[in-house]
Design a protein. Structure first.
Length: 50
């Protein structure tokens, strides 16, 4: 079981809006997050996002 809280996605939400993440950091998250999620799902983890 893997549990991620909202902080996993804060990079593109709160951090971007508050100016705590640079545009480059936000873009890196957009590039890497789907790949990370795919690796988890391909490994047999059921990924649920609410």
């Amino acid at each position: 079981m893997a549990i991620f809280d909202r902080s996993w996605y804060n990079r593109v939400g709160v951090e971007r809006v508050m100016g705590w993440a640079s545009p480059e950091q936000v873009q890196q998250f957009f590039d890497l997050a789907p790949l990370m999620e795919k690796v988890m799902v391909d490994g047999g983890i059921i990924l649920l996002k609410y």
